[in-house]
Design a protein around this ligand. Structure first.
Ligand code: X8Z
Ligand code: ZN
Length: 595
């Protein structure tokens, strides 16, 4: 085969290979990848470091450094030579080892994020992304005129029964939307321009391409999840609105007012199921550090190594001290700084049940990073089998961390505590699965799809958002927000700004986590999935590691089928919650379902 780019000529003349490749195409690809990987890893590290500083200490200087580092990365990743070389090599796909073709595919997807053929657009996009993150991370919420943190707002929504205060706190949580709206409008155009340059239909389609799917296929799949979960969701919705109306002494509404629910976006419906284990009091005397250490103990008990020393030295996991001027991103995340050993987490951990689960989730990412950081997995494939699989590992640890048998085993829950299994199952469905499908596969996926694939004008964003919240989540704002000219309630969600067109990752991960859980409990531990404790079981760790260590070297559908014996399916999730059906039917006799 003949590759005519100057980079390839330079490469073939200057590099030698350790092992003779089977075909000329493979030889050229190896030479190209050797140089590409070395430059890419260097640039990614610098870009991640700059992003880390900008996210943990918001300042103009850090924003400037992030923009500079990300521009350098984009210029390299999207260089025309890189694009032409990958395309030329992929024209000989059949002559390439599959892992090499996968690497080249991933490089092309990365290039499509910033094609060198439109440098001004790419530069503008990188700067606009950086600005948007700084605006978001540097924002201060105000409640009754006083500054409050996201944790403070969540505390009120999780604990207060004062409906007026709840409404003010919920409205305060929407303040951040207006300053982000103009930036998102700019990014809507720039992201689509960038994606369309390399012939992706739009930015949403570009993100979905990472799953080897078209956006139509993805939307059909998500609509399938929604249809599968809908019968239970409708029952759950009818039951919850009665419960909350009684709690707040209000008439039973058709749509549930958003400030009645314990989460800023009604994505998780926590604290409705009475009689379920209330975790918060159990952590009252614990330090936030203990929460993260417990999450590490969970993973170590499965046979994973302790986290690297640098994780503890470099992570930023606790709220900024009161009175400090420093501002940091308030959303939990885990970072693979150098695609090798430098792993860090950014959180604002407090000693409550929500952060206990979230810490387990974040360390799931950390252990996935550690498992595929090995010489057999090239840098471009140091990713999850797909992005959802990465989230699923975290989510799996989060459900495992909520199981009473685990909480008893690690001494959080007194041995003598009586467990109301039905209440716990209901609580889990409300918190981690069924309403979450309406939010993730419904509102979030459809709204972002409209924004990118249908170029929905910013003037229509707010109205469309609340139409979807009503349709998919059965929720309404406390007062009409669809006509507020400056508001952007969608923009209040972190991912809309800095992980755009990817939220369906969490819908898939919800489905996958129950498939993995079902397999682990039934096939490996021979336990009932409703009461199943992974803690201390190395065979569970071996199973998870067998998936994680592959990174993205093989197609995700193959990896999932091999691991669980089943293709992607809502079966396990629906089976898991099936015991609630009869109970709901009993509770809802004579009541109206739906809205
Ligand atoms: O963003 C997250 C993780 C990031 S690693 C904490 N999650 C989604 C969200 O908060 O909206 C986990 C569940 C859904
Ligand atoms: Zn995550």
């Amino acid at each position: 085969m003949k590759v005519t780019t100057c980079l390839a000529v330079l490469l073939s003349s200057s590099l030698s290979l350790a092992a003779a490749p089977a075909t000329p195409a493979a030889k050229s690809a190896n030479e190209f990848l050797k140089l590409f990987d070395s430059l890419y890893v260097g640039l990614i590290r610098v870009s991640q470091e700059a992003q880390w500083s900008a996210s943990t200490d918001v300042s103009d200087a850090h924003e400037g450094e992030r923009t500079a580092a990300n521009t350098a990365l984009a210029v390299f990743s999207g260089d025309k030579v890189v694009i032409d070389t990958c395309r030329a090599l992929l024209a000989h796909r059949k002559e390439l080892p599959p892992i090499v073709a996968r690497e080249l595919d991933k490089i092309l997807l990365g290039a499509a994020e910033g094609p060198g053929t439109i440098p001004d657009v790419v530069k503008a996009r990188v700067a606009a992304e950086s600005r948007q993150s700084s605006t978001m991370d540097g924002f201060t919420y105000k409640l009754d005129g006083k500054p409050v943190t996201a944790n403070d707002i969540d505390d009120i929504l999780q604990k207060s029964t004062d409906l007026e205060l709840r409404k003010r706190a919920w409205e305060a949580s929407k303040q951040i939307g207006a300053p982000l709206k103009a930036g998102l409008a700019t990014l809507q155009t720039l992201r689509n321009q960038v994606a369309r340059e390399l012939k992706h239909a739009d930015y949403f389609a570009l993100q979905v391409a990472d799953y080897d799917m078209t956006d139509a296929e993805m939307m059909t799949m998500l609509d399938g999840f929604l249809a599968d979960a809908r019968p239970m969701f409708l029952k759950m919705h009818a039951w919850v609105r009665e419960k909350l109306a009684a709690r707040y002494k209000q008439p039973v509404p058709k749509l549930i007012p958003a400030h009645w629910i314990n989460n800023r976006w009604s994505q998780e419906w926590l604290g409705v199921a009475e009689g379920s284990v209330d975790l918060d009091p159990l952590f009252k005397d614990k330090k936030p550090e203990w929460i993260v250490q417990s999450a590490e103990r969970f993973w170590v008990s499965l046979g994973f190594p302790p986290l690297p020393k640098t994780f503890w030295e470099r992570s930023d996991m606790y709220p900024v001290a009161a009175g400090s001027k420093r501002k940091k991103n308030s959303h939990a995340s885990c970072w693979h700084i150098d695609l090798n050993e430098d792993i860090r987490s950014l959180m604002s951990v407090k000693n409550n049940g929500w952060w206990f689960r979230t810490a387990h989730h974040e360390l799931g990412h950390a252990y996935y990073f550690m498992s595929y950081s090995r010489p057999e997995v090239p840098p471009m494939l140091r990713q999850g089998a797909n992005r959802a699989m990465h989230e699923a590992m975290g989510d799996l640890a989060a459900i495992a961390a909520s199981q009473p048998s685990y909480l008893k085993a690690v001494g959080v829950l007194p041995e003598s505590t009586k467990i109301d299994e039905r209440a716990n199952l209901l609580n889990e469905a409300l918190d981690a699965a069924i309403p979450f499908m309406g939010w993730s596969a419904g509102t979030m996926a459809h709204w972002e799809h409209d924004v990118y694939a249908k170029d929905l004008p910013p003037a229509e964003w707010q109205k469309r958002w609340w139409e979807y919240v009503a349709k998919y989540q059965g929720v309404a704002p406390p007062s009409d927000r669809s006509q507020l000219p400056d508001a952007c309630d969608a923009c209040t969600k972190t991912h809309i700004n800095d992980l755009p067109a990817q939220y369906y990752n969490y819908s898939l991960s919800t489905v996958i986590k129950y498939q993995l859980h079902d397999h682990i409990c039934r096939k490996i531990l021979k336990q009932d999935p409703h009461s199943c404790n992974y803690f201390g079981h190395k065979e569970v760790g071996d199973f998870l590691r067998s998936i994680m260590k592959q990174g993205a070297t093989r197609p995700w559908r193959v990896v999932l089928k091999e691991a669980t014996g089943e293709p992607l399916s809502t079966r396990a999730m629906l089976d898991y919650f099936a015991p609630l059906n009869a109970w709901f039917d009993e509770q809802l006799k004579g009541k109206t379902i739906g809205w």
